[in-house]
Design a protein around this ligand. Sequence first.
Ligand SMILES: Cc1ncc(COP(=O)(O)O)c(C=O)c1O
Length: 464
Amino acid sequence: MKSDPGGAVSYGRYSLEPREVPRVETRLRRIVTPLPVPESVETFRRLQAAEPRSMHCQPPVLWDHGEGATVCDRFGNRWIDWSSCVLVANAGHGHPRIVERIRRLLDRGQLATYIFAHEERAELVEKLVAISPPGLERVFLLTTGSEAVECAIKLMRTWGRRLHPDKRTIVSFQGGFHGRTLGAQLAGGIPVLKEWIGGGDPTFVQVPFPDGYLQQDTSFDVFERSLSEQGVDPATVAGVLSETYLGIGPDFLPAAYAQDLRRWCDRWEALLTFDEVQAGFGRTGKMFAFEHYGVVPDLVACGKGISSSLPLAAVIGRREILDLYPPGAMTSTHSASPLCVAAGIASVEVMLEEDLVARSAALEADLAAGCRRIEERFRERVGCTRARGLVGGIRVVRRGSLEPDPDAAFAIVEACFRRGLLFFSPVGLGGGCLKIAPPLVIERDAIREGFDVLEESFLEVQGG
Ligand SMILES: Cc1ncc(COP(=O)(O)O)c(C=O)c1O
């Protein structure tokens, strides 16, 4: 499609017509231009002329840099960030320690090594083993969360098929998101995302997630019943893959359910993988979210917050599983890419030294109080709220129902954007969930101020 410089007036669901907005000037937020910034519109149009439209889905901030828990453009505007770049920037944006560690490698020109060894790689895998529970003692570094999930699926099936050639079914959960590659989407539990595949694979099976919202029965019986209804013989299950919390909520497993699941996997010689791509690295008030459940999985897929910045992912797991493939048979060109590894080392160090896991746990009360305030004030428009550590969700629904209201949710995100509070676009089944995920370095005041902004934005969208 040709560029249409005068044409595009929207950017996905957001308007590209600059609009005068009230000036905002607080210690944490600054909005001093019309929004979108008139001088930025040309860049959005250039993107629209040369990219697939699927990429044009976030509020139209022309991102210049981030500082801690704020995001700035180059026109003098500053937002409180409740996105963390979709749960990446756990240690905060542009943390000097991360920047410095990357710079050291840059200065010596160490930009790529393929899988030739480098010092930093040894340092990072040791660090990751050290923060993992005993028994998880091997780390395979990768680049994206989807890649880590694909690798976990492959390892579970390889393991299962060694026990029996038919042991290859992967059980996962309805509502789960594991990435956008083929295996990850086969395991994903959001039907609309995998329509393109054009049909299911009988060895990928999904069961209801015990969220206590859409699935009221949170007992483990539902898991077993659902498998039986789908004609799955437990002996053919190679592994169970679960987001540690369901991202669209965020919804957590009841601990008793997770423990039953662990027992079920042991009984049927199936492996258990937790997808911690968004849940890990302090997000929920624990280093890994599965620590809330008192169980240890066989494999953990990590990504996002592992580096707080550059693309890095990992599969962490039991030695005998990670060692299934002989030398050279499980690698990737950009495994342990040096700059990403440097970012990972520094991010884990910051997390430990600044005690960000404890900070995330301590700020949960503020996040939960804010969510409650919104739920009580807008009872008719909020299906439920969730908060654990520094991840929260508010499900915007059509008045008095549980039906998601994506239009209202998008309008609220846009209204927040104009007031200096940055969310990523709504997520979830039906797209009605406002997800709250600030960097773990966020100040308590920024959470409180953010909820003031959110309340004003709700009021603007739905009226008093
Ligand atoms: C739980 C979960 N798993 C996997 C992924 C895929 O990660 P990536 O986008 O890095 O491939 C995501 C991304 O949002 C995620 O939230």
